[in-house]
Design a protein around this ligand. Structure first.
Ligand code: ADP
Length: 805
């Protein structure tokens, strides 16, 4: 048994004139004072452990249970802290009116108790049964008290009104009906009570559909808001009122002789009607009945209104709740100095990785906050009542997958109670991680771009889509001698060399307008006059939709390259001129040499003749030998001069062929026999493999020159080794091949030796001008033939000329 520990308090309670009954959360009486025993006719000890319902008439039990249950689940009761009138039941079965007030009491162990304080209502009236009028008044008061308590006990007004209607029958009328306006404007019957259960069920099933009909008194009351009272209603009136035959049947079954339709009105709105019907002919509503009915309807209206307001408030609350729940921001409410989560919406839940927050303190739910100083921030808001607005606050959460950093924008806002004191903190935040990461990426890209452009060895510029300058890098500025500000827009044009300015300006803006890439070579000239040659190029920059947003261009300093090219050009010109001068000189020199050489030959020949005429003595024999030697040298000189003359003739394109019918085999035999002595001197045995006759139309003299050249070369470079000469024809192509077994020609030189002055040997070991093969090739090619050289197997060179006939 739980009784107050304190003796003084217990004595105080025992001495009170008011009855005190304490019940536990199961509705069992745990304490009753002496006055309670007196009031209900029980000894206090008897009451202990009994249900509270023993103290009330049975018709109250349902309402009591409902109210009690509601209190237990919601901790809300509309009776708490108020004094109401109710009916009490004594142990001897007598009912009495009581004044009741309820309060709650929570013990230190957390258990809840209900404390009822009761006082008998007008006991003198009850005690004096002689006064019928007073008893009637007492009855009415008790009735009202009961109805009022019922109406107060529940928010389910339809069910409550049904209880009240039943209370009114048969005390106030034979039938009681309650119709109310729904929020959508329809009329709905919410309570039906008839002293005859059969009639009640008829009423329930049929009457509803006639309510909205114009002449129905309920409709009239709803329309006008004024009560309607009809007495002595006759069959005639029923017939008039009935909408149809079956309606009339219903009315007749009910036998209404008197009725009262009262409006249910609050705040000047008619919420519905309550009808009281008397079925006994001649019975009428007394004035007291009417007053009582009016009071009842007033209270019922109040109850409906309250219930509706409450429902509306609850709906509003639910709406707000779901709004907060679904808000696209994280919302949470922390309550009390320990900062305990009272509310956390979906997004907040997601952000905290689905941790359970509600019911926990910040420390329990998010221990990471302490080290990050966030708890301190929230606490300060609670302490000072100053809101905190944070931008891009990093929050590090530990997750099973490791630490995760979120960036949040948010507000911690103090929540104040009615007294203005801070009771909690509201958190409103939204995540900006993605934006921040994106921005950081852009920053990194930008830094990279700056670093690259700052150190790039080429000038870099960016323009808008029109081609006007928006950015230049340091190298560009250095080349142009302009600052970025000076280059902006069309300022860059000042960097152009005066001779190139107009052209480049035109080329650039034409390219930009035509959305073309740009490529050009031009000069910059700095304001200090330094000129540099540039290779400029630019490409279009496009956005994701493909439209051009600007151009990215580079200028590369090609001054050194340009200068090298100019130098090469100059050298080439010089070289060409030198070659021309050489050729001119050779041509002039050989011509000039020819004349004295011709004269020299005449004189040598005269000398020879003179020497041979003078008989064959010893002295003249020596002279003759000398003269012969002189003649040989003259011949060599003539050959060299011929060669030089040939070169200048060919160079000037004056090689003219005099073709005639001739036999290549015969020519080769002639040359071989002409050189037989020299070949022998050189130790070269000659093998001729010659087809009897290989004929064609060629320049005889020039072909002689070709064969002579090849044979003398074979002799010179293949001294002491045999020489094979072959004449034949591949298919229809006559050929001559001269094969020696001499020093041969390195592969890398084989192509080169056919060039003018090209040699593959040193001048000290082998004399020569390096012109023979060149002339040979010119002659062969002039005949439409070819010449090639190959290695002779075992060493030596093998020259082949092929001719067309
Ligand atoms: P030259 O004999 O006066 O030097 P050529 O034009 O006749 O000029 O020959 C060019 C070069 O080709 C020679 O200097 C020599 O190096 C090479 N050459 C020509 N014929 C032969 C050969 N039969 N064997 C080896 N080398 C040869």
């Amino acid at each position: 048994m739980d009784v107050p520990h304190d003796i003084e308090v217990a004595r105080l309670l025992e001495g009170l004139p008011d009855a005190i009954v304490v019940a536990d959360s199961a509705g069992r009486i745990v304490y009753a004072n002496r006055a309670a025993g007196r009031l209900f006719g029980w000894s206090p000890e008897e009451l202990l452990g009994k249900s509270l319902t023993v103290l009330m008439p049975p018709r109250w039990h349902a309402a009591h249970q409902a109210g009690f249950h509601r209190y237990l689940t919601t901790h809300e009761t509309r009776l708490l802290g108020r004094t109401i009138q109710a009916s009490g039941l004594r142990k001897d079965g007598r009912e009495m009116g009581v004044e009741l007030s309820l309060s709650t009491f929570r013990q230190s162990d957390g258990r809840d108790f209900i404390v009822a304080t009761l006082r008998e209502l007008a006991p003198q009236v009850v005690l004096d049964p002689a006064s019928a009028a007073e008893r009637a008044t007492q009855d009415r008061l008790a009735f009202l008290a009961e109805a009022g308590a019922l109406l107060d006990a529940s928010l389910d007004y339809a069910a409550t009104l049904q209880l009240v209607a039943r209370l009114a029958v048969p005390r106030l009328a034979d039938c009681c009906l309650v119709d109310i306006f729904e929020e959508n404007g329809a009329i709905r019957r919410v309570a039906t009570a008839h002293r005859d259960p059969e009639k009640e069920s008829v009423l329930r099933t049929t009457e509803d559909r006639y309510l909205a009909q114009g002449e129905h008194p309920a409709a009239t009351v709803l329309r006008t808001g004024a009560p309607v009272l009809h007495e002595d209603i006759t069959d005639e009136i029923w017939a008039r009122m009935a909408r149809d035959e079956s309606h009339l049947q219903v009315i007749r079954a009910l036998q209404p002789h008197s009725w009262m339709f009262l409006p249910l009105t609050t705040r000047s709105r008619t919420l519905g009607t309550v009808a009281f019907v008397l079925s006994e002919p001649g019975r009428r509503f007394s004035t007291e009945d009417q007053v009582l009915a009016q009071e009842l309807s007033r209270r019922a209206a109040l109850a409906i209104d309250n219930a509706r307001l409450y429902t509306e408030a609850r709906r509003e609350r639910e709406r707000l709740y779901s709004l907060f729940m679904q808000a696209p921001a994280a919302i949470a409410i922390l309550r009390g100095p320990e900062l305990r989560y009272e509310f956390s919406n979906r997004l907040n839940q997601e952000l905290t990785q689905g941790r359970t927050l509600v019911g926990k303190t910040v420390d329990e739910a998010l221990p990471e906050f302490e080290a990050q100083g966030l708890r301190e921030v929230i606490e300060r808001v609670y302490r000072t009542g100053e809101p905190f607005v944070g931008k891009e606050i990093p929050i590090i959460l530990s997750t099973p997958a490791g630490e995760k950093t979120l960036f949040m924008n948010g507000i911690y806002h103090p929540l104040r109670g009615e007294d203005g004191l801070v009771e909690g903190v509201m958190v409103f935040a939204y995540e900006v991680t993605e934006q921040i990461l994106a921005r950081r990426q852009v920053e990194v890209a930008e830094r990279l771009f700056r670093t690259l452009t700052n150190h790039a060895p080429v000038g870099i510029f960016l323009t808008n889509a029109d081609g006007d300058c928006e950015f230049v890098n340091p190298r560009w500025c250095e080349l142009a001698g302009l600052s970025p500000e000076e280059a902006a827009g069309r300022g860059w044009v000042r960097s152009l060399h005066p001779e190139d300015a107009e052209r480049v300006f035109r080329e650039w803006y034409e390219a930009a307008q035509a959305r073309r890439a740009f490529e050009s070579r031009y000069r910059f000239q700095t304001p200090q006059g330094r000129v540099s040659w540039l290779q400029g190029s630019a490409v279009a920059l496009r956005d994701s939709s493909g439209s051009i947003t600007g151009y990215l261009g580079t200028v590369t300093d090609i001054t050194a390259q340009q200068e090298a090219e100019a130098e090469r050009e100059r050298l080439l010109t010089d070289l060409k001129q030198a070659v021309r001068q050489r050729d001119d000189f050779l041509s002039i020199a050989s011509h000039e040499l020819k004349t004295p050489l011709t004269t020299l030959r005449i004189h040598v020949e005269m000398l020879e003749r003179m020497a041979s005429r003078q008989g064959m003595d010893g002295a003249s024999e020596r002279v003759r030998t000398k003269v012969e030697k002189i003649e040989r040298q003259v011949t060599r000189l003539e050959d060299l001069i011929h060669m030089l003359l040939d070169v200048s003739r060919i160079t000037q394109g004056r090689l003219e062929l005099e073709r005639e019918e001739m036999d290549l085999s015969e020519l080769v035999r002639e040359v071989a026999s002409r050189f037989s002595e020299e070949l022998e001197d050189a130790g070269c045995a000659v093998h001729l493999t010659v087809r009897p006759s290989v004929r064609g139309r060629w320049d005889h003299g020039r072909m002689d020159q070709v064969v002579t050249n090849l044979v003398t070369n074979a002799m010179k470079y293949g001294k002491g080794k045999p020489v094979d000469i072959e004449v034949g024809a591949f298919e229809d192509h006559p050929y001559v091949r001269v094969v020696d077994h001499g020093i041969g020609i390195p592969p890398e030189d084989q192509a080169r030796i056919f060039g003018k002055f090209e040699r593959a040997v040193s001048g000290q070991r082998y004399s020569g001008l390096g012109l023979g093969l060149w002339i040979t090739r010119q002659i062969v090619e002039a005949h439409g033939g070819t010449i090639r050289v190959e290695d002779t197997p075992g060493g030596g060179a093998s020259f082949t000329i092929e001719l067309a006939r």
